[in-house]
Design a protein around this ligand. Structure first.
Ligand SMILES: C[S@@+](CC[C@H](N)C(=O)[O-])C[C@H]1O[C@@H](n2cnc3c(N)ncnc32)[C@H](O)[C@@H]1O
Length: 273
């Protein structure tokens, strides 16, 4: 597979072999000389061919780990990325009492990964997630069900907060919007460009189409002692923080991810007019 440009192909191969044999990856090393029967070999070859066509491993396995949770993954919703765990960390850093009944809103909820993590961390929390994609919402619903939190989180189909009643406000708003500039879309890795939903990636001409709408959303939806955490592209942190500051927010900061890339814009304690 490495000849076809697939990175980490040994790891992928092991994960796919474990999938074909219906084992955990670690079990492969317990009996490394075990021969494959004809069915196992056919299943494994099928998976390898799909991987060589650059289909993401998460789609082939049907799951992806996020925040220690094994979540369902398919072409219907963006595969949750490790850097999005910073959204969860940012909220935890602001609301340290895990028993608080925080109310959470996640527009652009996708697979529901971030909301699943927050629901797990705050057992008394409840929330609402929205997305334009019905297919993504179906994945989110199944993931919330899978982790036993479906009863605490409502889902709706719609544009950002368009379906919510005008007076509804939240303690926490988390957003990982599409933020890739349209002109960069063609240069994405094939796994992303050809297999992940365009709606989850394409942030419009300059990548900021949805991000530009978020100061207004946060202004109308966040409670006065609330927190909004917004994921941004690698070079968008200062611009997005600037949009919030020029919209009148005073407590705006930028958090770096583990690669020291500015990744999350954090807004606290908005002044409610
Ligand atoms: C980058 S993905 C984030 C998914 C998930 N929250 C995560 O972090 O893995 C962005 C999501 O926003 C949704 N989306 C795009 N435009 C939207 C809009 N105007 N209103 C609501 N959702 C939108 C896409 O369908 C996609 O599921």
């Amino acid at each position: 597979m490495s000849r076809r440009g697939v990175e980490a192909s040994r790891l992928d191969g092991e994960l796919l072999l474990a999938k074909a044999l219906d084992l955990r990856r670690i079990d492969l090393f317990m009996d490394p000389d075990r021969p494959l029967n004809a069915v196992e070999l056919a299943v494994f070859k099928g998976l390898l061919l799909r991987r060589a066509a650059r289909e993401p491993v998460a789609h082939l396995l049907g799951v992806r780990e996020f925040w220690g949770l094994e979540l369902l993954s398919s072409a219907d919703a963006l595969i949750p990325r490790p850097e999005s765990e910073l959204l969860v960390e940012a909220v935890l850093g602001c609301f340290s009492d895990r028993q608080q009944p925080v109310q959470i809103f996640e527009p652009c909820v996708g697979s529901g990964a971030v909301s699943c993590a927050l629901m797990r961390e705050y057992p008394a929390a409840c929330g609402v997630g929205g997305d334009l994609s019905l297919a993504a919402l179906a994945v989110a619903a199944r993931n919330l069900q899978r982790i036993g939190c479906a009863g605490r989180m409502g889902l709706f189909a719609g544009d950002l907060d368009g379906c919510l009643a005008s007076e509804v406000r939240f303690d926490v708003i988390v957003v990982n919007p599409p933020y890739i500039p349209r002109w960069e879309m063609a240069d994405l890795q094939p796994e992303v460009r050809d297999w992940e939903p365009r709606l989850a990636l394409d942030g419009g001409l300059d990548g900021l189409e949805i991000l530009r709408r978020l100061p207004g959303l946060v202004q109308t939806r966040l409670r006065s002692e609330g927190v909004a955490a917004i994921e941004v592209g690698h070079d968008q942190g200062e611009r997005v923080a600037g949009m919030f500051r020029s919209s009148g927010f005073a407590e705006v900061s930028i958090l770096n991810d583990y690669h020291r890339i500015p990744r999350v814009v954090l807004i606290r304690n908005p002044v409610i007019p």
